[in-house]
Design a binder for this molecule. Structure first.
Ligand code: ADP
Length: 443
């Protein structure tokens, strides 16, 4: 159809429409006037077609454009074809949209589609049940005006959605929701809220069970330890009975260490709300760790501490102490006599970095990913001999995760290991004018 719409063809049409006027002009000997009338007639006809088109665009409610004639036929038919295509495309889109909605409705989570400013574009039925957000009633409202929990507002404003947020349901305090925000497309976001009440309840039950059992075991164990000590006092240490008493004492001591560690782990696991308001004096904390390490090593190792005395940290003192002490004590326990253990606490860029290097036995690469699991030990016998419980690195992992950090391990069998962690700049506090960098060593 469009092939017919060429310039020569249009010109031919113009000439053909003007021919009758030319003949009339020749007959009346008024060619110029006749051609002028012809031109006006042509102009009038084109304006008439334009008015028909404008009327159809703005007034006419019919779906199809008016029937065109002459050179306007191509234009009207073109519009008709475009309309047809548009209608088909819209039908396809509507079909896709309804499929997407059906899929999102079938999701077991509350789902909201959010625009650039957080305005609600769409939500499923569960969003109503879990978040109290009704779609389409709340369409166009901004999410942080509807979910007004201060932690959600802070999470939304920060704009870092890497980690999910856990929140009480706005409709029911007994329900815990895990909220994830996934950016997609052109500045749009998908908010997914999952009910994790049951999972959290089970976790809580497990934590409480371990903490209660450990606590309950502590009292009878202390009584037993007391009796063993008394019996040791009344018997010859070299006699068979004396040796048996010593073995009993060793085992009860091991059990006490295990219980203490389980309690520490439970306490750290439960303490998720860290007070980041007050800085911890890391140099003083590491001095304490050094003294404990010297006691454990009893002069069998060369201990070297390089501590930046100006580097403090916002965090929980007990948890940071547990993390550092466990790493240093492991380095001592898994190093041979005479081995060097180097501890460093320094500023790397804007981050605080803690490192413990040892020249011990090292660890095979296949064990590295599992070291922070509870009770995971590379060599059970060796761990037992060195007074290990298999809980030390699990404690470190939890303490670090509460400080937005994680354990970094580098190790080669036979060459030693380096256990390290880095704290984000937001937790670092540098007090340069108070002191200068210091090093201390013991051997
Ligand atoms: P444990 O109380 O047994 O030391 P941890 O959780 O502290 O338990 O450590 C887990 C395991 O990791 C240990 O059993 C040991 O095999 C290995 N490990 C930890 N630190 C070191 C180290 N510095 N050198 C070699 N192996 C280590």
């Amino acid at each position: 159809m469009f092939a017919e719409y060429s310039l020569p063809r249009l010109l031919t049409r113009v000439v053909l429409t003007q021919l009758p006027f030319l003949f009339l002009g020749l007959m009346l000997d008024q060619v110029a006037w006749a051609l002028l009338v012809g031109a006006w007639w042509l102009l009038f006809w084109h304006y008439k077609q334009l008015i028909r088109l404008a009327h159809w665009f703005w007034r006419d409610r019919s779906l199809t454009p008016p029937h065109g004639s002459g050179s306007w036929e191509v234009i009207f038919n073109g519009i008709y074809r475009m309309q047809g295509k548009d209608r088909r495309r819209r039908a396809q889109l509507a079909q896709m949209l309804s499929r997407f909605r059906e899929g999102a409705e079938a999701l077991p989570d509350a789902t909201l589609v959010l625009g650039q400013q957080g305005e609600i574009l769409w939500g499923n039925t569960l969003a109503e049940r879990l978040l109290g957000i009704h779609w389409p009633k709340d369409a166009g409202n901004r999410i942080h005006n509807l979910l007004r929990h201060p932690r959600f507002v802070k999470y939304w404003r920060r704009g870092n959605f890497h980690d999910p947020l856990e929140l009480d349901s706005p409709l029911n305090d007994d329900r815990t929701l895990e909220i994830r925000i996934i950016p997609y497309g052109d500045s749009q976001r998908l908010l997914i809220a999952r009910d994790v009440t049951r999972v959290r309840q089970l976790e809580q039950m497990r934590r409480e069970f371990v903490a209660n059992v450990s606590h309950e075991l502590k009292t009878p164990l202390t009584v037993l330890q007391g009796y063993v000590e008394m019996m040791q006092m009344t018997s010859d240490p070299d006699s068979v009975l004396g040796k048996q008493y010593r073995a009993m004492e060793d085992q009860s001591l091991r059990m006490k260490t295990l219980i203490d560690r389980l309690l520490t782990l439970s306490r750290i696991e439960a303490a998720t709300d860290i007070d980041f308001e007050h800085p911890v004096a890391m140099p003083a904390l590491l001095e304490k760790v050094r003294k404990e390490a010297e006691e454990l090593s009893d002069g069998r190792h060369e201990l070297l501490f390089e501590v930046d005395p100006a580097l403090w940290l916002y965090g929980d003192e007990m948890q940071l102490h547990s993390a550092c002490a466990n790493l240093v004590q492991n380095a001592i326990r898994y190093s041979p006599e005479g081995g060097k253990v180097r501890v460093k606490w320094f500023l790397q860029g804007a981050r605080g970095r803690f490192e413990v290097h040892d020249e011990g036995m090292g660890i095979e690469p296949e064990h590295l990913p599992r070291l922070t699991e509870r009770f995971y030990r590379v060599d059970r016998a060796r761990s037992r001999d060195t007074g290990g419980s298999g809980l030390g690195l699990a404690i470190v992992k939890h303490a670090l995760s509460h400080h937005n950090s994680q354990l970094l391990i580098r190790s080669r069998p036979g060459e030693g290991s380096c256990f390290a962690f880095e704290l984000p700049p937001s937790l670092v506090s540098v007090r340069r004018n108070e002191s200068v960098t210091g090093t201390s060593s013991t051997g």
